[in-house]
Design a protein around this ligand. Structure first.
Ligand code: PGA
Length: 243
C-alpha cells in the first residue's frame, strides 16, 4: 500500500488561495508511490477540487449527521462529494472539543460519508492528562467504538474506505510530536480493536524532517499533517519525504 500524506488545512486558505494552490500543484509532477489528499476548508473545497491535479484528492474536514435538512452550519457529505471531495475527516479533536460531538454522531457521520462515496479518515487520540494517568488504551478503545459499530464496513478488509488517524491531542500543533514508538503503540492499539489490516495514520506536529521516522516503524501507514502542509513547498517536501 502506498503511504498516505493527508494535509489538513483547518481554517486556512480561502477560495482564491485554494485555487492558486491547486493551480501551482498542477504544474508540479505527480509523485511516485504516495497517496495524497488535501482537506481545504469547506468554502474553498470547490475551487481547490476544480484546479488541483488528478494525482491529489480533495476532502472535506467534517460532515454532518444528515445529507440535507435543518442542520445550520453543517457540511453535507453528498454536497461535499458534488463539490469535488472524495475523502472526509471525521472526529478531529478540534471538533470533538469545540462542538462536543458524541460517539453516536461520529458513527452516523461516517455512515453518511461512506454512503456518499467518500473515503473516511476517523481521528482518535488521548489528551495529555489521560496519557499521564495511563488511560491511553482505554480512551482509544472508547473513541474507536463508532468505527467498530459501522455496519457493512470492515476497516481491516483490503480496500476499506475507512482509515484511522492516531493523533494524540497533546502533539497537535504543539511542535512536540509523539516519538515514533509512541505513534507505533497508538497504531497497535487501533489494530487490536479494529483488526490487523486497518490503515492507521499518525498525526501531531509532523513535518518533512520527522515524517520518515514515523513511517519507519512499519506500524504507521501515513501521516495527517496540519501546519507543515500549508505552503506549497511544505506540502511537496512532505510528499517527497514519504515517497
Ligand atoms: P499539526 O496538526 O500537524 O499542525 O500538529 C495535525 C492535525 O491536527 O491534524
Amino acid at each position: 500500500m502506498r503511504p498516505v500524506v493527508a494535509a489538513n488545512w483547518k481554517m486556512n486558505h480561502g477560495p482564491a488561495a485554494a485555487r492558486e494552490f491547486g493551480e501551482a500543484l498542477a504544474v508540479r509532477g505527480a509523485p511516485d508511490g504516495v497517496e495524497v489528499v488535501v482537506f481545504p476548508p469547506a468554502l474553498s473545497l470547490p475551487e481547490f477540487a476544480r484546479h488541483k491535479p488528478t494525482w491529489i484528492a480533495a476532502g472535506v474536514q467534517s460532515v454532518g449527521v444528515e445529507v440535507a435538512g435543518a442542520h445550520t452550519g453543517e457540511n453535507s457529505a453528498a454536497m461535499a462529494r458534488e463539490a469535488g471531495a472524495t475523502w472526509a475527516l471525521v472526529g478531529h479533536s478540534e471538533r470533538r472539543t469545540a462542538l462536543f460531538h458524541g460517539g453516536y454522531s461520529f458513527q452516523r457521520r461516517m455512515e453518511v460519508a461512506l454512503d456518499a462515496g467518500l473515503t473516511v479518515v476517523y481521528c482518535c487520540g488521548e489528551r495529555e492528562h489521560q496519557r499521564e494517568s495511563g488511560e491511553t488504551e482505554e480512551v482509544l478503545r472508547k473513541q474507536l467504538e463508532p468505527v467498530r459499530k459501522l455496519s457493512g464496513e470492515e476497516p481491516s478488509s483490503p480496500g476499506s474506505r475507512v482509515l484511522v488517524a492516531y493523533e494524540p491531542v497533546w502533539a497537535i500543533g504543539s511542535g512536540h510530536p509523539a516519538t515514533p514508538s509512541d505513534a507505533a503503540m497508538g497504531a497497535n492499539i487501533c489494530r487490536r480493536v479494529l483488526g490487523d489490516d486497518v490503515r492507521v495514520l499518525y498525526g501531531g506536529s509532523v513535518n518533512a524532517d520527522n515524517l520518515r521516522s514515523f513511517l519507519g516503524e512499519g506500524e504507521v501507514d501515513g501521516v495527517l499533517v496540519g501546519g507543515a502542509s500549508l505552503t506549497l513547498d511544505g506540502l511537496m517536501a512532505l510528499i517527497r519525504a514519504a515517497a
